[in-house]
Design a protein around this ligand. Structure first.
Ligand code: SAM
Length: 283
């Protein structure tokens, strides 16, 4: 486990993932019933943007910093407001300077209501210790366990509503395969849950193979959203990222149709583009 999210926190891929996460939670919050979020690869939770790792790559400057400086329409700004408000809440009030970026567990914790719950899993010892220190409070629990096991071990949750976020580091060659396998196992136990899976786009091989594997699972509703910040001509770099959303809330597709072009306009590093399509859509 060499991956350290500190180098990448707040980059374009985090922005795309966390904006989508924020909209899913907004829909879960729209109904009174309590929900549970299971974050299988949670990371440390909170990242120092002035720290040595983030300063070495400065990836956040082409991610969250660009979004904060963008000229956005009222519609886009309203859809982004839960996300931007949560990022602002972890930074000094009344300034435009970003000093910290909240990862998925801290963002989710900010959106929980009193009866909602979060389970956040992290296996790398330093990140797990940081997560446990950051993720205080009764509603959220940090666990030092294998996220691939956690994906199916904690479903269905007793609330019977909620989301499983699977966001592995993709340092192992078989992470694309494991992603489909973990989803399959969890979905067989909890077919009505929402699942959000993240993957990198360097070239098309992994993403296209994943789509083929997912098609064989016979899951009823799978939405795929992809953002490329540049043309994928150099497979050694992160050219974009993709999201698989199983059982998306019904307004999410329409919201992403508004948000993705706005995100491409602000995050592209050359010729950016997006894709939003159903991989499976039961009638
Ligand atoms: N979800 C986080 C966010 O959006 O802020 C970022 C997570 S980062 C992409 C992936 C994390 O998974 C890393 O912190 C890594 O240490 C952790 N990890 C790697 N293998 C794991 C495993 N088998 N189980 C749980 N966590 C793991």
């Amino acid at each position: 486990m060499n991956y350290r999210h500190e180098f990448h926190a707040g980059n374009f891929a985090d922005v795309v993932k966390h904006v989508t996460l924020s909209r899913i939670i907004a829909h879960l919050r729209a109904k009174p019933g309590a929900f549970r979020v299971i974050d299988t690869h949670a990371g440390a939770g909170l990242y120092d943007l002035a720290g040595p790792q983030a300063s070495r790559t400065n990836e956040w400057r082409d991610g969250i910093a660009r979004l904060l400086g963008a000229d956005l329409t009222t519609e886009v700004r309203e859809l982004l407001s839960p996300y931007l408000d949560a990022v602002a809440a972890y930074n000094p009030a009344g300034t435009l300077t970003l000093t910290r970026y909240p990862g998925s567990p801290m963002l989710v914790r900010a959106w929980l209501r009193p009866a909602d719950r979060l389970i956040a899993c992290e296996l790398e010892p330093a990140a797990a210790a940081a997560l446990a220190a950051n993720l205080t409070g009764r509603r959220a629990k940090a666990l030092t366990i294998d996220g691939w096991t956690a994906a199916s071990a904690y479903v269905p949750p007793k609330e019977r509503r909620g989301l499983v976020l699977i966001d592995p580091p993709f340092e192992a060659a078989d992470d694309f395969t494991q992603l489909a396998a973990a989803l399959n196992e969890a979905w067989r136990k909890w077919a009505t849950g929402i699942y959000l899976l993240w993957y990198p786009i360097k070239d098309r091989l992994g993403p296209d193979a994943l789509a083929k594997r997912l098609a064989k699972l016979r899951i009823g509703k799978i939405l795929r959203a992809e953002v490329l910040v540049t043309r994928p001509t150099d497979p050694s770099r992160l050219n974009g990222c993709g999201l698989i959303i199983v059982n998306p809330p019904w307004k999410l597709e329409a919201e992403l149709a508004v948000l993705l072009p706005a995100l491409v306009a602000c995050l592209q590093q050359g010729s950016g583009s997006f894709r939003l399509e159903w991989l499976a859509r039961e009638s």
